[in-house]
Design a protein around this ligand. Structure first.
Ligand code: ZN
Length: 169
């Protein structure tokens, strides 16, 4: 009898269940290879847009935060959270968020480790984004996704505001 668990792999970061194709993850993401492959697919789409607002940045931040842990550097997790903060709370586009990251990277700061959340808190994944038609509906879903991830990290919202007020005054 075949074990059904071997056919399906659950992503430790976002909880998405996909057919097990024994794929591996590139980089320090707390993700299944199958989920990471979806992210690569989405990246091709967002980079390919070549839009002046650089929507790609929001997808990077949402995905990284959702898949933090497993050796991801504290600065990467923090920058993702900060990116979502500026996008959601301040209405920054991806290009403006990129500028914030650049300004922050010039600062010497010892970023603390942020504990990843349990995958069950998230209601949207990269898969939901890819299921939308390319164009307006997919781009809208990217925004919904980042909003969901941002809201799940509510316990760190005041820390983010504080650190940005301090470092970017
Ligand atoms: Zn995942």
């Amino acid at each position: 009898m075949e074990n059904s668990n071997e056919k399906i792999v659950e992503c430790p970061g976002c909880g998405i269940k996909l057919s097990n194709r024994h794929l591996t993850v590139l980089g320090n993401y707390n993700a299944s290879g199958e989920c990471y492959q979806k992210y690569s697919e989405l990246s091709s789409y967002t980079i390919g847009k070549q839009d002046i607002y650089f929507l790609h940045q929001h997808a990077v931040d949402a995905y990284s935060l959702q898949h933090s842990g497993n050796g991801m550097k504290p600065i990467t997790t923090s920058f993702s959270l900060i990116g979502l903060y500026y996008a959601v709370e301040k209405g920054f586009n991806g290009r403006q968020v990129q500028r914030v990251h650049t300004l922050l990277s010039l600062q010497k700061y010892n970023w603390k480790e942020l504990q990843p959340l349990d995958k069950s808190v998230y209601s949207l994944t990269v898969f939901d984004v890819l299921n939308e038609q390319p164009g307006e509906s997919r781009d809208k879903m990217i925004r919904k996704w980042m909003l969901d991830v941002w809201e799940c990290w509510e316990h760190q919202h005041s820390w983010v505001k504080e650190i940005c007020d301090t470092l970017l005054k």
